[in-house]
Design a protein around this ligand. Sequence first.
Ligand code: ADP
Ligand code: ZN
Ligand code: ZN
Length: 750
Amino acid sequence: MVAQVVVDVIHSNVAKPFSYLIPEGMQPVVGSRVNVPLGRRTVDGFVVGLMEESQLPPELPPEKLKPISKMLDEYPALLPAMLDLAKEIAAETHCPLSEALRLMLPAAMRTGRIKQKQETVAVLACPDAEAEAAKLKRAPKRAMLLRLLADGRPRSISELSQLVQNPREGLKALEEAGLVKLMQREVFRSPYGEDDEKPSTQPPLTEGQQEALDSMLPAMEEGKGAFLLHGVTGSGKTEVYLAMASRALAMGKGAIILVPEIALTPQMVRWFRSRFGPATAVLHSRLSDGQRYDEWRRIRLGDARIVVGARSAIFAPVENLGLIVIDEEHEQTYLSDKHPRYDARRVAHSRCKREGATLVLSSATPSILSFAMARRGDYTLVEMPKRVADRPLPTVSIVDMRKELEAGNRSIFSALLIQKLRECLDSGQQAMLFLNRRGFHTFVSCRSCGYVVKCDACDVSMTLHRNPDHPEMDELRCHLCGATRKPPETCPECDSKYIRFFGSGTQRVEEEMHKLFPGVPTVRMDIDTTKGRDAHAKLLDDFGQGRAKVLIGTQMIAKGLDFPNVTLVGVVAADMTLNLPDYRARERTFQLLTQVAGRAGRAQTPGQVVVQTYKPEDPCILTAAAQDYRAFFEMEFSRRRTGLYPPFTLLARLLMESETELEAKQMCDRLYDTVQTYLLSHPAQKRRTLMVRADAAPVKRIRGQYRYHVLFKLFDHPDVSPLLSLMSELTSLSDEHCRIYCEVNPATMM
Ligand code: ADP
Ligand code: ZN
Ligand code: ZN
């Protein structure tokens, strides 16, 4: 027999599968990981096909083939469905198959750095432990060990040593006497704390929840269905996911629940572990290598049937999949920001179709794209328009910050927000303050000459981060590459002393808060405070347990979190996202505002929201304040139609990155010319092309790489696929001086 093997090496020379002989006695299947010789090296690879020697093409006689060196795992690492999925991703995102295959396994498994962990367990080997123990009067410790093992359950040495001091010797003796057997057993490194969740049961469902389930469960029983669940914040969507997962389990199937951000996994995991115990696994990139490897294997071996995780958990090796839920489906975090740039929602859709599972995209503020698809009939729309227990939606007040300034208030908090904060804290409730920027001041500039401190490696201004305990350690940080430097005392350009700091970030909100409300404990949640492995869970716990009264944060705290004691939400600067140079800026603003507002008043006390803005009349802000999704959708959808933006068009680009500006620019011009020539001779595609433009990217340099792009605006029509293929082919002109990427409707075009 001959195996087709894709080697785990990313290079265009080895993108195609190679043929290897299968040695006598080896039984690889499609999906097995193997070691194969490649040139003078040995590399890892995946078996992607099997054939008889007689099927080999004549130019490839079997005696020319080398044999597979060895098999790597005791079970095939890839399920057949996952191999097909990898092929599809490779085709759709224009990346080599080996790169798509890497998505399917924990990195630690590929690098081989992580080994399975073993422990010694003792198990009873005689029929009557009590009778044997009674004979051991002189050895009370051994008798005790026997009694502990009497129920026949294997117990690890570490477990036994909590009950009996130094059990090893006694166990050895018992083993020699043939009363106990010692064996090696695999342990799974667990990401869960010692005390797992207290079991919970399903509460009586609300009418809205029941109706939603009635429309979705029948489809799941038939192994089909794609739904868009549009439920207002606090309508109890999580309970719907739990009920669906429970039914999937009862059907002998598995489920994947995706949340948009690692910060939201602890809360979701808590819900699922309390309902389903160890049948729930968690997968995200903040787990240690060992934990990730072990959770992955618990899933692969079928011990865990339910997976909760962030984006990459969409590749969890759940066999016999029944359900995928994508919570907060509108979040752009579902688009991968690394190559291959897959969209977890598309991957989910394709997995569900292929594996006969039901897809539930869920949000209080569905993306324009998904809602439009639901209207077109691609998804079935299911709505939950009411909050649990008929709790009212929060009341929203809009504050015009221009008027605050006129009234002489230069603080970042309006008078109304301060008043509401006071009332909230006085009555023992909690508040959340939201600002979509971290750091203290967001840029530093010279009043005399206008110089702005920028990162040396990136074309962006640097943000001041204060060190409250050591002011001499204040630093400027680049939010793109992480570079730091000392804040200048005089202008590096003109030597003027009028160097000033502008703009506010979450650190500044925290400081103002402490000035206004001394002694009120707060927690801040942004990328800076959540670097450690358990940092998220710890901060959220401080707030959840009431040790902190105010949670200050970036968009991380905007969504999903459910803290019943929060009655006030303050949006410090609503315009920040509105002013981004992106056609989705309005959609993002609406989503953010609705989501943050939705954090308030989730229990008995009604919630209040204060939105501070310089554009109080903007329809985006008004519809968000009214929490009127339909009105926003209609407005935005027709604006996209007139402005020819997605979903009516495709935005795509070829992006060049090079250390030298000239090389990036030259490559950009060259590709632009190629495309123009192509369009001249292909009128059908020229007709579908609204715009082609060569330009420097909006952020011209990141991490020392100059960036140029050829931008395309195309009608979303099957006719343009040859042009997209051409774009994808052009990426092979990449060389060591200039890398080229093809991106279609990417998360950002910066
Ligand atoms: P959403 O995700 O739709 O914003 P959640 O799923 O977080 O809403 O639910 C909001 C709150 O309502 C949570 O505190 C949850 O425990 C509670 N809840 C949900 N369903 C029920 C129910 N059937 N009975 C009582 N409380 C419920
Ligand atoms: Zn200056
Ligand atoms: Zn930088």
